[in-house]
Design a protein around this ligand. Structure first.
Ligand code: SAM
Length: 315
């Protein structure tokens, strides 16, 4: 359970072995690199080397980091699928006086990563929680974005389905703060289209593969970033999007949205001029986060009205 040999409690930087002092019992939340393995603090390494057990989201993934720094601590997996089962076991280890370190695959644990419930339960049980701060993609992207940093809102991952995502974006649209969100490369194009519809065409920065070999930051209006991505065959890597707060200059460019068309029925009428009812209903239901059936029924009744022959003209 613990290190067999006290001399194993050390870490190695550039060939130099550095002994790690004992750390107190409790849960130590340790931030790890988001790409570049050198982005880790000395305190983080010392904590990982001194911990009785490292709780890792993916033990094989973390083995690479631990191996790089010559750290031999035992790992246990703690991820969203085993968390509920693992928490009682972790609490018992803390009751025994163990020092546990929590890490995620990258960046700061608990930030769109497991750990929040664990911290709550550890605190409720009366054990100590320590933070060993370090990288997080959200803050790294914010500082690179060139956008206001005085007030920002970290929103995590948008919902995967467009209806839920659009409702989620509508909640954020009026907030006077820079918005930071995480998104997968597979969904970024669809998410950008929804953001432009709902937020308007604000300045933004799309930060990809931060601190890695292919690091890239695309700065510009959301529509320019979307255009750039559409021109690419494939979008790969990890993405953090930073979006400027609302201001007068950021009127929607591309399509109408809920603000410019407060009445979805009017938007539906327009859509029916160039789309069949089912497609128009799907588009409007998605855009206004409405039940598709309700919009479709209305589309059919509008269509029926317009199919009626014109009344004969007088005279
Ligand atoms: N806890 C992590 C942190 O503090 O940044 C975030 C974990 S979350 C599961 C992973 C997401 O963070 C990725 O899908 C991506 O959106 C963002 N991310 C992580 N590493 C990144 C990087 N190197 N560049 C850009 N975004 C990154």
């Amino acid at each position: 359970m613990t290190h067999d040999n006290e001399s194993e409690r050390r870490f190695i930087i550039e060939g130099c072995a550095i002994p790690a002092r004992p750390i107190p019992s409790g849960l130590h939340i340790v931030a790890t690199p988001i790409g570049n393995l050198s982005d880790i603090t000395v305190r983080a390494l010392a904590t990982l080397a001194a911990a009785d057990i490292i709780l890792a989201e993916d033990t094989r993934h973390s083995a690479r980091l631990l191996h790089h720094y010559g750290i031999h601590a035992r790992q246990l997996s703690y991820h969203e699928h085993n968390a509920a089962r693992m928490r009682p076991r972790i609490l018992s280890l803390l009751d025994e006086g163990k020092a546990l370190a929590l890490i995620s695959d990258a960046g700061t644990p608990l930030i769109s990563d497991p750990g929040m419930k664990l911290v709550r339960e550890v605190l409720a049980r009366g054990h100590a929680v320590y933070a060993i701060p370090g990288p997080s993609a959200a803050i790294t992207a914010l500082t690179l974005s060139g956008l206001p940093t005085d007030r920002f809102l970290f929103a995590g991952f948008p919902p995967a389905r467009s209806g839920a995502r659009r409702r989620w974006l509508q909640e954020l649209a009026g907030i006077s703060a820079t918005v930071i969100l995480y998104e997968s490369p597979a969904r970024i194009r669809a998410t950008l289209a929804d953001i432009i519809d709902i937020f308007g065409d604000r300045p933004a920065a799309l930060c990809r593969e931060l601190t890695k070999l292919h690091e890239e930051v695309l700065r510009g209006r959301l529509s320019e970033i979307a255009e750039e991505l559409h021109a690419r065959e494939a979008i790969k890597g990890e993405i953090t999007l930073v979006i400027a707060p609302p201001d007068e200059k950021s009127a929607p460019l591309i399509r109408e949205n809920a603000q410019t068309h407060p009445d979805w029925r009017e938007a539906l009428k327009e859509a029916l001029q160039h789309l069949p009812p089912a497609k128009a209903a799907r588009e409007i239901a998605r855009r206004y986060a409405l039940p598709r059936k309700e919009v479709y029924d209305h589309a059919v009744s509008l269509q029926k009205d317009s199919d009626r022959p014109n009344p004969p003209k007088d005279g």
